[in-house]
Write a protein that binds this ligand. Structure first.
Ligand code: AMP
Length: 396
Protein backbone atom coordinates (compact mmCIF):
# COMPACT_ATOMS: atom_id res chain seq x y z
CA UNK A 1 0.00 0.00 0.00
CA UNK A 2 1.35 3.40 -0.91
CA UNK A 3 2.43 5.47 2.05
CA UNK A 4 2.33 9.19 2.68
CA UNK A 5 5.81 10.55 1.90
CA UNK A 6 7.59 13.59 3.34
CA UNK A 7 7.34 15.26 -0.07
CA UNK A 8 3.52 15.10 0.26
CA UNK A 9 3.69 17.39 3.30
CA UNK A 10 3.69 21.18 3.40
CA UNK A 11 6.57 21.66 5.81
CA UNK A 12 6.97 25.44 5.50
CA UNK A 13 7.13 27.14 8.95
CA UNK A 14 6.36 23.77 10.55
CA UNK A 15 8.17 22.01 13.36
CA UNK A 16 8.87 18.65 11.73
CA UNK A 17 9.77 15.78 14.05
CA UNK A 18 11.91 13.32 12.12
CA UNK A 19 12.69 9.87 13.54
CA UNK A 20 16.02 8.99 11.96
CA UNK A 21 18.28 5.98 12.44
CA UNK A 22 21.54 7.43 13.78
CA UNK A 23 22.42 4.14 15.48
CA UNK A 24 26.03 4.29 14.26
CA UNK A 25 29.03 2.39 15.60
CA UNK A 26 30.71 4.72 18.09
CA UNK A 27 33.73 4.31 20.36
CA UNK A 28 35.20 6.93 22.68
CA UNK A 29 33.06 9.52 20.95
CA UNK A 30 34.44 8.61 17.51
CA UNK A 31 32.00 7.46 14.83
CA UNK A 32 33.20 4.31 13.03
CA UNK A 33 30.93 4.50 10.01
CA UNK A 34 28.66 7.45 9.23
CA UNK A 35 26.62 5.68 6.53
CA UNK A 36 23.40 5.89 8.47
CA UNK A 37 23.82 9.63 8.98
CA UNK A 38 24.50 10.07 5.26
CA UNK A 39 21.45 7.92 4.43
CA UNK A 40 19.20 10.27 6.45
CA UNK A 41 20.42 13.44 4.72
CA UNK A 42 17.92 13.58 1.81
CA UNK A 43 14.93 13.77 4.16
CA UNK A 44 16.53 16.32 6.50
CA UNK A 45 17.69 18.40 3.54
CA UNK A 46 14.23 18.30 1.99
CA UNK A 47 12.60 19.58 5.17
CA UNK A 48 15.03 22.45 5.71
CA UNK A 49 15.19 23.41 2.02
CA UNK A 50 11.42 23.77 2.09
CA UNK A 51 11.38 26.04 5.12
CA UNK A 52 10.64 23.50 7.85
CA UNK A 53 12.32 23.21 11.24
CA UNK A 54 13.89 19.76 11.57
CA UNK A 55 13.77 18.18 15.04
CA UNK A 56 15.60 14.88 14.95
CA UNK A 57 15.10 11.89 17.25
CA UNK A 58 17.15 8.71 17.22
CA UNK A 59 18.28 5.94 19.49
CA UNK A 60 21.94 4.95 19.80
CA UNK A 61 22.92 1.55 21.23
CA UNK A 62 21.30 0.22 24.39
CA UNK A 63 21.10 2.16 27.62
CA UNK A 64 21.06 -0.10 30.66
CA UNK A 65 23.07 1.89 33.22
CA UNK A 66 23.82 5.52 34.03
CA UNK A 67 27.39 4.91 32.74
CA UNK A 68 26.08 3.93 29.29
CA UNK A 69 24.82 7.48 28.88
CA UNK A 70 28.30 9.00 28.65
CA UNK A 71 29.31 6.50 25.94
CA UNK A 72 26.12 6.77 23.93
CA UNK A 73 25.34 10.46 23.71
CA UNK A 74 24.22 11.67 20.28
CA UNK A 75 26.42 14.78 20.59
CA UNK A 76 29.19 13.44 18.28
CA UNK A 77 26.50 12.44 15.78
CA UNK A 78 25.03 15.95 15.83
CA UNK A 79 28.54 17.32 15.19
CA UNK A 80 29.05 14.98 12.23
CA UNK A 81 25.62 15.89 10.89
CA UNK A 82 26.57 19.56 11.05
CA UNK A 83 29.69 18.85 8.95
CA UNK A 84 27.68 16.86 6.41
CA UNK A 85 24.93 19.48 6.13
CA UNK A 86 27.50 22.28 6.17
CA UNK A 87 25.42 24.25 8.65
CA UNK A 88 25.06 24.57 12.42
CA UNK A 89 23.05 21.89 14.21
CA UNK A 90 21.69 22.53 17.69
CA UNK A 91 22.27 19.61 20.05
CA UNK A 92 20.11 19.42 23.18
CA UNK A 93 21.42 17.02 25.85
CA UNK A 94 17.91 16.12 27.01
CA UNK A 95 14.99 14.00 25.85
CA UNK A 96 12.36 16.15 27.56
CA UNK A 97 11.95 19.30 29.66
CA UNK A 98 12.40 23.05 29.52
CA UNK A 99 15.82 23.16 27.84
CA UNK A 100 14.50 21.06 24.96
CA UNK A 101 11.20 22.92 24.70
CA UNK A 102 12.93 26.34 24.74
CA UNK A 103 15.42 25.24 22.07
CA UNK A 104 12.55 24.06 19.86
CA UNK A 105 10.67 27.32 20.42
CA UNK A 106 13.76 29.24 19.28
CA UNK A 107 14.16 27.35 16.00
CA UNK A 108 13.88 29.34 12.79
CA UNK A 109 12.79 27.96 9.44
CA UNK A 110 15.56 25.81 8.00
CA UNK A 111 17.17 25.10 11.40
CA UNK A 112 18.14 21.63 12.59
CA UNK A 113 18.00 20.31 16.15
CA UNK A 114 19.10 16.91 17.46
CA UNK A 115 17.79 15.83 20.83
CA UNK A 116 19.59 13.34 23.07
CA UNK A 117 19.45 9.57 22.52
CA UNK A 118 15.82 8.47 22.87
CA UNK A 119 16.91 5.39 24.81
CA UNK A 120 18.06 7.56 27.72
CA UNK A 121 14.37 7.18 28.54
CA UNK A 122 14.93 3.43 28.94
CA UNK A 123 16.68 3.87 32.28
CA UNK A 124 13.35 4.74 33.83
CA UNK A 125 11.10 1.76 33.08
CA UNK A 126 12.13 1.31 29.44
CA UNK A 127 9.79 4.10 28.41
CA UNK A 128 11.18 4.39 24.87
CA UNK A 129 11.52 0.67 24.09
CA UNK A 130 8.19 -0.25 25.68
CA UNK A 131 6.35 2.55 23.89
CA UNK A 132 5.22 4.30 27.06
CA UNK A 133 1.98 6.11 26.05
CA UNK A 134 2.82 9.30 27.94
CA UNK A 135 6.25 9.57 26.30
CA UNK A 136 4.98 9.15 22.72
CA UNK A 137 2.30 11.74 23.42
CA UNK A 138 4.85 14.16 24.90
CA UNK A 139 7.26 13.85 21.97
CA UNK A 140 4.38 14.27 19.50
CA UNK A 141 3.43 17.50 21.32
CA UNK A 142 6.84 18.98 20.43
CA UNK A 143 6.12 19.15 16.68
CA UNK A 144 3.49 19.91 14.06
CA UNK A 145 4.32 17.05 11.68
CA UNK A 146 5.96 13.63 11.98
CA UNK A 147 8.23 11.91 9.50
CA UNK A 148 9.56 8.41 10.14
CA UNK A 149 12.79 7.71 8.25
CA UNK A 150 14.18 5.03 10.58
CA UNK A 151 13.72 1.77 8.70
CA UNK A 152 16.24 0.07 11.00
CA UNK A 153 13.78 0.29 13.91
CA UNK A 154 10.62 -0.27 11.89
CA UNK A 155 10.27 -3.81 13.28
CA UNK A 156 9.92 -2.40 16.80
CA UNK A 157 7.01 -0.49 18.30
CA UNK A 158 8.83 2.17 20.28
CA UNK A 159 7.68 5.53 21.63
CA UNK A 160 9.83 7.43 19.10
CA UNK A 161 8.24 5.78 16.07
CA UNK A 162 4.86 4.15 16.76
CA UNK A 163 4.23 6.25 19.88
CA UNK A 164 4.64 9.56 18.06
CA UNK A 165 2.76 8.34 14.96
CA UNK A 166 -0.26 7.36 16.99
CA UNK A 167 -0.43 10.82 18.57
CA UNK A 168 -0.29 12.72 15.29
CA UNK A 169 -3.11 13.18 12.75
CA UNK A 170 -0.80 11.70 10.14
CA UNK A 171 2.71 10.29 9.81
CA UNK A 172 4.81 10.32 6.66
CA UNK A 173 7.70 8.15 5.50
CA UNK A 174 11.06 9.78 4.85
CA UNK A 175 12.90 9.16 1.60
CA UNK A 176 15.08 6.39 3.06
CA UNK A 177 12.04 4.59 4.46
CA UNK A 178 10.33 5.05 1.08
CA UNK A 179 13.32 3.49 -0.70
CA UNK A 180 13.51 0.52 1.67
CA UNK A 181 9.79 -0.19 1.31
CA UNK A 182 10.00 0.10 -2.45
CA UNK A 183 12.93 -2.24 -3.01
CA UNK A 184 12.14 -4.84 -0.37
CA UNK A 185 8.43 -4.61 -1.13
CA UNK A 186 8.91 -5.08 -4.85
CA UNK A 187 11.26 -8.02 -4.27
CA UNK A 188 8.74 -9.80 -2.07
CA UNK A 189 5.50 -8.83 -3.79
CA UNK A 190 6.39 -8.23 -7.37
CA UNK A 191 9.82 -9.62 -8.29
CA UNK A 192 11.17 -9.92 -11.79
CA UNK A 193 11.85 -13.63 -12.40
CA UNK A 194 13.97 -15.63 -11.98
CA UNK A 195 13.95 -14.47 -8.36
CA UNK A 196 16.83 -15.96 -6.36
CA UNK A 197 17.27 -15.63 -2.59
CA UNK A 198 20.68 -16.34 -1.08
CA UNK A 199 20.48 -17.06 2.61
CA UNK A 200 23.44 -17.67 4.86
CA UNK A 201 24.59 -16.91 8.36
CA UNK A 202 24.89 -18.99 11.44
CA UNK A 203 21.45 -20.33 12.29
CA UNK A 204 18.49 -21.86 10.51
CA UNK A 205 16.29 -20.65 13.34
CA UNK A 206 17.04 -17.01 12.46
CA UNK A 207 16.14 -17.46 8.80
CA UNK A 208 13.28 -19.96 9.00
CA UNK A 209 10.64 -17.27 8.59
CA UNK A 210 12.36 -15.87 5.52
CA UNK A 211 12.78 -19.27 3.91
CA UNK A 212 9.13 -20.16 4.53
CA UNK A 213 7.88 -16.90 3.03
CA UNK A 214 10.23 -16.99 0.06
CA UNK A 215 9.59 -20.63 -0.87
CA UNK A 216 6.28 -19.43 -2.29
CA UNK A 217 7.79 -16.51 -4.16
CA UNK A 218 11.37 -17.29 -5.19
CA UNK A 219 12.46 -19.52 -8.06
CA UNK A 220 15.56 -20.66 -6.20
CA UNK A 221 16.71 -20.42 -2.60
CA UNK A 222 20.45 -20.81 -2.22
CA UNK A 223 21.50 -21.83 1.28
CA UNK A 224 25.04 -21.43 2.61
CA UNK A 225 26.79 -20.66 5.89
CA UNK A 226 26.37 -22.42 9.21
CA UNK A 227 22.69 -23.15 8.67
CA UNK A 228 23.56 -25.46 5.78
CA UNK A 229 24.57 -28.30 8.06
CA UNK A 230 21.20 -28.60 9.76
CA UNK A 231 19.92 -29.31 6.24
CA UNK A 232 22.80 -31.77 5.74
CA UNK A 233 21.70 -33.59 8.90
CA UNK A 234 18.11 -33.58 7.58
CA UNK A 235 19.35 -35.21 4.38
CA UNK A 236 21.08 -37.93 6.38
CA UNK A 237 24.59 -36.69 5.64
CA UNK A 238 27.20 -36.73 8.38
CA UNK A 239 28.06 -33.32 9.81
CA UNK A 240 31.18 -33.91 11.95
CA UNK A 241 31.68 -31.01 14.34
CA UNK A 242 29.74 -28.55 12.16
CA UNK A 243 27.08 -26.23 13.52
CA UNK A 244 23.80 -28.20 13.63
CA UNK A 245 20.57 -27.17 15.34
CA UNK A 246 19.28 -30.60 16.26
CA UNK A 247 15.87 -29.27 17.27
CA UNK A 248 15.46 -27.83 13.77
CA UNK A 249 16.24 -30.96 11.77
CA UNK A 250 12.57 -31.90 11.36
CA UNK A 251 11.77 -28.38 10.25
CA UNK A 252 14.62 -28.56 7.74
CA UNK A 253 13.07 -31.80 6.40
CA UNK A 254 9.71 -30.09 5.98
CA UNK A 255 11.31 -27.15 4.20
CA UNK A 256 13.18 -29.47 1.84
CA UNK A 257 9.98 -31.36 1.05
CA UNK A 258 8.09 -28.16 0.35
CA UNK A 259 10.87 -26.46 -1.60
CA UNK A 260 11.86 -29.45 -3.77
CA UNK A 261 14.47 -28.43 -6.31
CA UNK A 262 14.05 -24.74 -5.46
CA UNK A 263 16.39 -25.29 -2.53
CA UNK A 264 20.05 -25.29 -3.57
CA UNK A 265 22.56 -26.54 -1.00
CA UNK A 266 26.35 -26.56 -1.36
CA UNK A 267 27.69 -29.88 -2.71
CA UNK A 268 31.12 -29.31 -1.21
CA UNK A 269 32.60 -27.45 1.73
CA UNK A 270 35.84 -26.25 3.25
CA UNK A 271 36.21 -28.22 6.46
CA UNK A 272 38.64 -27.57 9.32
CA UNK A 273 39.65 -29.40 12.48
CA UNK A 274 39.02 -26.34 14.66
CA UNK A 275 37.15 -23.03 14.55
CA UNK A 276 40.38 -21.18 13.74
CA UNK A 277 41.79 -19.59 10.61
CA UNK A 278 45.07 -21.51 10.78
CA UNK A 279 43.55 -24.90 11.66
CA UNK A 280 44.29 -27.67 9.11
CA UNK A 281 41.57 -27.49 6.45
CA UNK A 282 40.57 -29.09 3.16
CA UNK A 283 37.71 -29.31 0.67
CA UNK A 284 35.33 -32.29 0.86
CA UNK A 285 32.19 -33.25 -1.03
CA UNK A 286 29.03 -34.42 0.74
CA UNK A 287 29.53 -35.99 4.16
CA UNK A 288 31.54 -33.90 6.61
CA UNK A 289 34.15 -36.25 8.09
CA UNK A 290 34.46 -36.98 11.82
CA UNK A 291 36.62 -34.45 13.63
CA UNK A 292 35.98 -31.73 11.05
CA UNK A 293 33.65 -28.75 10.92
CA UNK A 294 32.43 -27.06 7.74
CA UNK A 295 33.37 -23.40 7.75
CA UNK A 296 32.85 -22.33 4.14
CA UNK A 297 31.23 -23.55 0.95
CA UNK A 298 33.59 -25.27 -1.51
CA UNK A 299 34.62 -24.44 -5.11
CA UNK A 300 31.95 -26.66 -6.74
CA UNK A 301 29.26 -25.02 -4.64
CA UNK A 302 30.54 -21.59 -5.63
CA UNK A 303 30.33 -22.59 -9.30
CA UNK A 304 26.80 -24.03 -8.82
CA UNK A 305 25.60 -20.90 -7.03
CA UNK A 306 27.09 -18.67 -9.70
CA UNK A 307 25.31 -20.68 -12.39
CA UNK A 308 21.99 -20.18 -10.58
CA UNK A 309 22.68 -16.46 -10.26
CA UNK A 310 23.72 -16.00 -13.89
CA UNK A 311 20.23 -15.45 -15.29
CA UNK A 312 18.59 -14.06 -12.14
CA UNK A 313 16.56 -10.88 -12.49
CA UNK A 314 15.95 -10.30 -8.78
CA UNK A 315 18.38 -11.36 -6.07
CA UNK A 316 18.05 -10.92 -2.33
CA UNK A 317 21.10 -11.79 -0.25
CA UNK A 318 21.19 -12.07 3.53
CA UNK A 319 23.99 -13.75 5.47
CA UNK A 320 27.52 -14.95 4.74
CA UNK A 321 28.33 -18.29 3.09
CA UNK A 322 30.94 -19.15 5.71
CA UNK A 323 33.03 -17.75 8.53
CA UNK A 324 34.10 -14.87 6.34
CA UNK A 325 35.79 -13.03 9.22
CA UNK A 326 38.61 -15.61 8.86
CA UNK A 327 40.43 -15.23 5.52
CA UNK A 328 40.69 -18.98 4.92
CA UNK A 329 36.89 -19.32 5.03
CA UNK A 330 35.94 -16.08 3.30
CA UNK A 331 36.07 -17.18 -0.31
CA UNK A 332 32.50 -18.43 -0.63
CA UNK A 333 31.07 -15.16 0.69
CA UNK A 334 33.41 -13.01 -1.39
CA UNK A 335 32.79 -14.99 -4.60
CA UNK A 336 29.03 -14.76 -4.18
CA UNK A 337 29.34 -11.03 -3.52
CA UNK A 338 31.44 -10.66 -6.67
CA UNK A 339 28.91 -12.59 -8.72
CA UNK A 340 26.19 -10.28 -7.46
CA UNK A 341 28.23 -7.23 -8.41
CA UNK A 342 28.63 -8.61 -11.94
CA UNK A 343 24.91 -8.98 -12.64
CA UNK A 344 24.00 -6.20 -15.03
CA UNK A 345 20.30 -6.75 -15.63
CA UNK A 346 19.10 -7.70 -12.18
CA UNK A 347 17.70 -5.95 -9.15
CA UNK A 348 20.13 -6.87 -6.38
CA UNK A 349 19.30 -6.34 -2.74
CA UNK A 350 21.52 -6.95 0.25
CA UNK A 351 20.31 -7.02 3.84
CA UNK A 352 22.14 -7.70 7.08
CA UNK A 353 25.40 -6.39 8.49
CA UNK A 354 27.68 -9.25 7.40
CA UNK A 355 26.66 -9.36 3.74
CA UNK A 356 26.83 -5.57 3.64
CA UNK A 357 30.33 -5.65 5.14
CA UNK A 358 31.36 -8.23 2.51
CA UNK A 359 29.94 -6.06 -0.27
CA UNK A 360 31.90 -3.08 1.00
CA UNK A 361 35.09 -5.10 1.39
CA UNK A 362 34.75 -6.12 -2.26
CA UNK A 363 34.00 -2.60 -3.43
CA UNK A 364 30.84 -3.84 -5.17
CA UNK A 365 28.45 -1.75 -3.05
CA UNK A 366 27.93 0.84 -5.82
CA UNK A 367 26.85 -1.94 -8.20
CA UNK A 368 24.16 -3.24 -5.84
CA UNK A 369 20.68 -1.86 -6.47
CA UNK A 370 19.81 -1.52 -2.80
CA UNK A 371 21.71 -2.17 0.41
CA UNK A 372 19.21 -2.17 3.24
CA UNK A 373 20.06 -0.11 6.31
CA UNK A 374 18.06 -2.43 8.53
CA UNK A 375 19.30 -5.90 9.48
CA UNK A 376 16.49 -7.23 11.67
CA UNK A 377 13.92 -5.02 9.96
CA UNK A 378 14.85 -6.25 6.48
CA UNK A 379 14.65 -9.88 7.62
CA UNK A 380 11.20 -9.36 9.11
CA UNK A 381 10.12 -7.62 5.92
CA UNK A 382 11.32 -10.61 3.89
CA UNK A 383 9.40 -12.87 6.26
CA UNK A 384 6.29 -11.09 5.06
CA UNK A 385 5.54 -9.64 8.49
CA UNK A 386 3.87 -6.32 8.95
CA UNK A 387 6.42 -4.03 10.62
CA UNK A 388 4.79 -1.85 13.30
CA UNK A 389 6.87 1.23 12.39
CA UNK A 390 5.66 1.02 8.78
CA UNK A 391 2.08 0.10 9.67
CA UNK A 392 1.93 3.31 11.73
CA UNK A 393 2.72 5.48 8.69
CA UNK A 394 -0.37 6.93 7.04
CA UNK A 395 -1.57 5.18 3.88
CA UNK A 396 -2.29 7.31 0.82
P1 AMP B 1 24.08 -14.21 11.03
O1 AMP B 1 24.29 -13.16 12.08
O2 AMP B 1 23.07 -15.23 11.35
O3 AMP B 1 23.94 -13.62 9.65
O4 AMP B 1 25.43 -15.06 11.02
C1 AMP B 1 26.65 -14.49 10.71
C2 AMP B 1 27.73 -15.32 11.34
O5 AMP B 1 27.62 -16.66 10.89
C3 AMP B 1 29.11 -14.83 10.96
O6 AMP B 1 29.73 -14.35 12.10
C4 AMP B 1 29.78 -16.08 10.43
O7 AMP B 1 31.08 -16.25 10.89
C5 AMP B 1 28.91 -17.21 10.94
N1 AMP B 1 29.00 -18.40 10.10
C6 AMP B 1 28.86 -18.47 8.78
N2 AMP B 1 29.09 -19.72 8.32
C7 AMP B 1 29.40 -20.47 9.40
C8 AMP B 1 29.75 -21.83 9.58
N3 AMP B 1 29.85 -22.67 8.54
N4 AMP B 1 30.00 -22.26 10.84
C9 AMP B 1 29.92 -21.41 11.88
N5 AMP B 1 29.59 -20.11 11.78
C10 AMP B 1 29.33 -19.64 10.55
Amino acid sequence: MAKLIVSDLDVKDKKVLIRVDFNVPIKDGVIGDDNRIVAALPTIQYVIDNGGKAILLSHLGRIKTEEDKAKLSLRPVAERLSELLKKPVTFVPATRGKELEDAIANLKDGDVLVMENTRFEDLDGKKESKNDPELGKYWASLGDLFVNDAFGTAHRAHASNVGISSNMPQAAAGFLMEKEIKFLGDAVENPRHPFVAILGGAKVSDKIGVISNLIKRADKIIVGGGMTYTFYAAKGLTTGKSLVETDKIDLAKQIMAEAGDKLVLPVDNVVATEFANDAPHKVVEGNIPDGYMALDIGPKAIADFKAVLADAKTVVWNGPMGVFEMPNYAEGTLEIGKALGELTDATTIIGGGDSTAAAKQLGIAPKITHISTGGGASLEYLEGKELPGIAAITNK
